[in-house]
Design a binder for this molecule. Structure first.
Ligand code: BDP
Length: 326
């Protein structure tokens, strides 16, 4: 009797969940390197909420903030093998895994953030997205990450000011050649280690945008932020390709729409937060130093292009596409 009743109940519950479409199709773990208060943290929470809403709870995302699931290069590998499902990643550390993604890591390749978005949303972006998807890192939307500039105890006005400095960079050979081209000593290092390294003199300088300069306290251990704006690196919401393709077409469309809406939200948060972060670090005593003429940096860093394109002639098409995009 009991068994019969429970079987009937189970049947009714299954029918109900099918009717409501409430069966969970996927539960995803999401990686985010940033803490509370950084615009990308708000945007990733929004992505999880919008995904739940638009998929009627069929795709659930739990976001792990503050890099607790590992360093960025590790987390990227985890997404590629499907141990983590999705995340907000900088395109910088994706370059060593997907050559096409390296376009955005060539110094001064973009004229401005709007130019970067035009390139990423055009033919070059399509080529990059396809190459990333083939490596199990499918981009669903692009985030703004502003421009990266150098910071150190001293002001940096010319390439000569970088000479001899130990400069922390993200994990990508293009950044090590970029620093070498300026006469500095590049030091690739995880984001979580940079503050301590600056404090103890393991490195003399680093480079990042205002929100990250502020949010992890790099401004507490340097005095000058010099507006070189040498890299404009977009970020993505990237998902394991196979996990995404395992969803029904409707669910794929819903998750993609959630990512795109979250990215628009991120760009709004970014615009406000980047100004605020600059004002906050200035109020804390940081000198923000305008560089009157960036040409000497561009000229010195041209060596990065020469070396890279000689070793990767296939990348010429993408570089020309970006450079000819208005
Ligand atoms: C921040 C990016 C983050 C990077 C970090 C870094 O948002 O993904 O890990 O820079 O420099 O701007 O490592």
């Amino acid at each position: 009797m009991y068994k019969k009743l429970s079987t009937q109940l189970l049947g009714a519950a299954t029918a109900l969940s099918l009717l409501c479409g409430a069966a969970t199709a996927a539960e995803w773990r999401a990686w985010n390197i940033h803490n509370d208060g950084h615009p990308n943290t708000g945007a990733m929470d929004r992505f999880a909420e919008l995904t739940a809403e638009k998929t009627n709870g069929e795709v659930k995302i739990e976001v792990f903030h503050g890099g607790v699931l590992g360093t960025q290069p590790d987390a990227l590998e985890q997404v590629r093998i499907g141990a983590i499902d999705v995340g907000n990643f900088s395109m910088g550390p994706i370059g060593p895994m997907v050559n096409e993604a390296n376009l955005v890591s060539l110094p001064f390749i973009f004229k401005s953030v709007p130019h970067m978005f035009r390139v990423m949303e055009g033919e070059a972006g399509d080529i990059i997205s396809k190459a990333m998807a083939a490596e199990n890192l499918l981009p669903l939307a692009w985030f703004d990450a502003g421009a990266r500039s150098f910071y150190a105890q001293k002001a940096i006005n010319t390439p000569a000011d970088v000479e001899g400095l130990k400069v922390r960079v993200m994990n990508n050979n293009l950044y090590t050649s970029m620093i070498s081209a300026l006469g500095g000593n590049p030091s690739p290092m995880a984001f979580s280690e940079v503050q301590q390294a600056l404090k103890t003199g393991v490195v003399d300088a680093a480079e990042n945008n205002f929100p990250s300069y502020k949010s992890v306290g790099h401004f507490e251990v340097t005095k000058n932020y010099s507006l070189s704006e040498h890299l404009i690196i977009p970020e993505c919401i990237c998902v394991n390709t196979a996990k995404f393709e395992a969803l029904s077409a409707d669910m794929q469309a819903a998750v993609k729409a959630a990512a795109q809406e979250a990215a628009l939200y991120q760009r709004e948060l970014w615009a406000v937060d980047t100004d605020k972060a600059r004002k906050d670090v200035e109020a804390a005593g940081i000198s923000v130093n305008e560089i009157a003429d960036k040409t000497p940096f561009q000229e010195a860093m041209a060596a990065v292009y020469d070396e890279y394109l000689a070793a990767n002639p296939d990348m010429k098409t993408l570089v020309e596409l970006a450079q000819s995009t208005e």
